[in-house]
Design a protein around this ligand. Sequence first.
Ligand SMILES: Cc1cc2nc3c(=O)[nH]c(=O)nc-3n(C[C@H](O)[C@H](O)[C@H](O)COP(=O)(O)O)c2cc1C
Length: 207
Amino acid sequence: MFGKIKNKSILILMMTVLLLLVCACAKKEEPAEEPTVPDTSETQETETGKVMVVYFSYTGNTKILAEYIAGLCEGDLYEITAADPYTEDDTRYDADTRAYKEQHDPDCRPEIEGQLPDLSGYDTVFLGYPIWHSEAPKICYTFLESVDVSGKRIIPFCTSAESPVGSSALNLEALKPEARWDEGIRLEVEMSKEEIADWLEALNLSE
Ligand SMILES: Cc1cc2nc3c(=O)[nH]c(=O)nc-3n(C[C@H](O)[C@H](O)[C@H](O)COP(=O)(O)O)c2cc1C
């Protein structure tokens, strides 16, 4: 009789252990809990709007930086080209040259070669130029007076041998006060693409 009870107890014990094992395994297979914070990394793209990089460059310094900017912003590029190209004699650094005379003539607006860009689809326009006799080349004035930039954000940048941006950007702004102008900045000609990327990040183009 005691033997029967003992066998029954062992059987119950084994069944209990089996049941516990089954429960433990079943728990392990439960699906992982859903994360409480949804992963939005793929949907948080920065919305910068459409960018156009307009530039004038005579010896190529401003062009390089303009190309970096357009590449980094996935923007479009437009080069302002003079209908009457500047020669070496035109641009010598003295008082008797074409460039000097143009820069000191308030009414001078050198003609632009080819078609002007349609800026209607762009939110932000970078405007790059070299400093010529302390100001933006007059052909940049021609450009601004020929396009509609109302309500657009304009970011002027210049390169130079040593002169600061000075009044050059403010004088451009005076031609189109209906745009939203950033303060002008002088960029070092030897800036790397990474340094330009850091500058662009600080501009908060999404705002
Ligand atoms: C006609 C002319 C005038 C210039 N005037 C100045 C100036 O006033 N101050 C200055 O620092 N650099 C001056 N420079 C130098 C240019 O601003 C500088 O080399 C610039 O980076 C050239 O840009 P780019 O290669 O895009 O044309 C002048 C250059 C030229 C051709």
